[in-house]
Structure formats: structure tokens, C-alpha cells
Ligand binder design. Structure first.
Ligand code: 1HA
Length: 270
């Protein structure tokens, strides 16, 4: 596939092809551990994906074939968070998690090798996960002095069940691709050399579907779990659809024409 760069970054690669965007962590020497800058760049790339109406699906991955992401870079972990050049400690991956969840387009984690710690949580919050047969999954928090009690705990438990989620966090064991499939933690396992091909096939299938229907479904799946923020997303989509109607346009037109709106001709559906 002929990936064209969208924008140059320092710690990620960001490219597109056929309406598919690919965001790839580019720190293979540390198994794609993230720094505050890596995360900030992913946030910017994700925002571009959200705003570009010609991009319909996003692949999140890591370079090198040996790791998706190994979580926060422990060598820049400081007092209260992960520290970048500005010396401010941050946990900005939490903002990225929320963004992946709320972007109204499917996000697919394409996992080769390690998805560990905060890197594991990143694949968990993606809509779908396709794993290579060399993928290995797990949390390390209680081993390295960290924990993610947000989506990393509660959404993980929704996916694999309470007992399994507690096992994953309390024991910090690692699970291979087949074990991940068996606990519905991933959607599909393929040989490493078929990983991108399969992921792109899934993307193409998604791109043939109605973007508004996909958008409504993503926010509907979220709404049940995300409380007021989930309902806000779903309701925002209802507003979007309403704005497409003649009935809503009558309200706006009447205001601009300084007249009373006439909604009488619009049906009161049963
Ligand atoms: O929990 C959170 C958060 C919670 C709330 C809010 C925000 C959060 C943000 C982040 C996180 C976290 O991510 S905490 C968890 C952090 N990650 C880890 O504990 C995983 C650390 N890595 C490993 O356990 C292992 O590297 C591995 C199981 C993934 C792979 O082992 P392997 O194959 O033996 O490779 P290894 O030799 O360990 O790694 C290769 C190189 O990559 C090493 O560097 P080298 O000795 O060659 O110089 C290794 O140090 C480096 N590396 C790997 N992972 C990290 C790392 N360097 C820094 N940070 C890493 N996470």
C-alpha cells in the first residue's frame, strides 16, 4: 500500500491511503514507549483525522514489528507524571484515550509484538484490535508503581469480565495472541506478515459502510458506558442529524428573515 505522509512529527509517523489514516509510534528502540511529546503528537494527528472529512477510519500502531507500545517511557517518568522538554510532569495519555473513544470514526489497533502497560490500555480503548501472532498483552502497573483505574480498568472489565480484568492487573502476567482472542480482548489474530493487509481489508469494508450509521453506532456503544459524556456525544449526533432536516432549517431561516417560524407542515411522527 502506498502510504502518503500527512505531516512530519518527531516521535510518530502519520500517513494516509485510500481514506485510511495511520498513526504509528516511531520509537522501536524502546518498544514504542511513549513520552509526553509522543502523546502530544498522537493527539494532534488524531485531531487532524477528526477534522478531515475524507478520512473514514484510523489505524493506530507501532513501528518495527516487535511492539505496538510498551506504555509510558519509564526513563522520563518524574515526580507526578512523565516529563518532556518543558519540565512539566504529564499524564496526557489519558486525554488521548478519551479522544480515541470520542472521535466519530472507527479506530483500529494494529498490534504486532508488545502491547503492555499504558500501551495495552491504548489498544483496549480502540474500537477494534487486530493482532499479529507475535502479539503479547498485559498490564504492568502494580509491578512498576503505576495503575490506570480509568478505561484501563473499567472498560477492560467490560471487555474481558471482572475476574479476568482483576487477574490481568493483580498478577501482571503476559498473554499471547491466542489467549487474547479467547478472552475477546482482540477481534482477530493473523500471521505477522498478513497484519497490515488484513487490517487494511477491514478498513476497506468499513469505508464501504454509511459514515453516519457508523458514527451513530460508535456513540451509541459509548453512551451506555460513559454517563453524561456518552449521552452528550450521542445527543450531539442527534443534533447533527436534526440540522440536516428541513424542519430545523425552518427555525434558522425564520430567525434570519425576522419572521415567526412555521413548523405546521412538519409531521408529528407516531
Ligand atoms: O500506567 C500508566 C499510566 C496510568 C495512568 C495515567 C497515565 C499513565 C501513563 C503510563 C502508564 C504506564 O505505561 S505504566 C507501565 C509502563 N510500562 C512498563 O512497565 C513496561 C516496561 N517494559 C517491559 O516490561 C519490557 O520491556 C517488555 C515486557 C515490554 C519487553 O521485554 P523485552 O522483550 O525483554 O525487552 P526489553 O529488553 O525489556 O526492552 C527493550 C528496550 O526497550 C530496553 O532498553 P535497553 O535496555 O535496550 O536500552 C528497555 O529498557 C526499553 N523499554 C521497554 N519498555 C520501556 C522501555 N524503556 C522505557 N520505558 C518503557 N516502558
Amino acid at each position: 500500500l502506498d502510504w502518503k505522509p500527512i505531516k512530519e512529527f518527531q516521535e510518530i509517523l502519520f500517513s494516509e491511503c485510500e481514506g485510511i489514516a495511520k498513526i504509528s509510534i516511531n520509537r522501536p528502540q524502546v518498544h514504542n514507549a511513549f513520552t509526553p511529546l509522543t502523546v502530544q503528537e498522537m493527539i494532534e494527528a488524531m485531531d487532524i483525522c477528526r477534522n478531515r472529512t475524507d478520512l473514514g477510519v484510523i489505524i493506530l500502531t507501532g513501528e518495527g514489528g516487535k511492539a505496538f507500545c510498551s506504555g509510558g517511557d519509564q526513563s522520563v517518568r518524574g515526580h507526578g507524571g512523565y516529563v518532556g522538554d518543558d519540565t512539566v510532569p504529564r499524564l496526557n495519555v489519558l486525554d488521548l484515550q478519551k479522544q480515541i473513544r470520542s472521535i466519530p470514526k472507527p479506530v483500529i489497533a494494529m498490534v504486532a509484538g508488545w502491547a503492555i502497560g499504558g500501551g495495552h490500555v491504548l489498544h483496549v480503548v480502540c474500537d477494534l484490535t487486530i493482532a499479529a501472532d507475535n502479539a503479547r498483552f498485559g498490564q504492568t502497573g502494580p509491578k512498576v508503581g503505576s495503575f490506570d483505574g480509568g478505561f484501563g480498568a473499567s472498560y477492560l472489565a467490560r471487555i474481558v469480565g471482572q475476574k479476568k480484568a482483576r487477574e490481568i492487573w493483580f498478577l501482571c502476567d503476559q498473554y499471547d495472541a491466542q489467549e487474547a482472542l479467547d478472552m475477546s480482548l482482540v477481534n482477530k489474530v493473523v500471521p505477522l506478515d498478513k497484519l497490515e493487509e488484513t487490517t487494511v481489508q477491514w478498513c476497506r469494508k468499513i469505508l464501504q459502510k454509511s459514515p453516519l450509521a457508523l458514527r451513530m453506532l460508535k456513540s451509541s456503544f459509548n453512551a451506555e458506558l460513559d454517563g453524561q459524556a456518552g449521552i452528550q456525544e450521542l445527543a450531539g449526533n442527534a443534533t447533527l442529524l436534526y440540522y440536516l432536516s428541513e424542519e430545523a432549517k425552518e427555525g434558522k431561516n425564520a430567525f434570519l428573515e425576522k419572521r415567526q417560524p412555521d413548523f405546521s407542515k412538519y409531521p408529528k411522527f407516531p
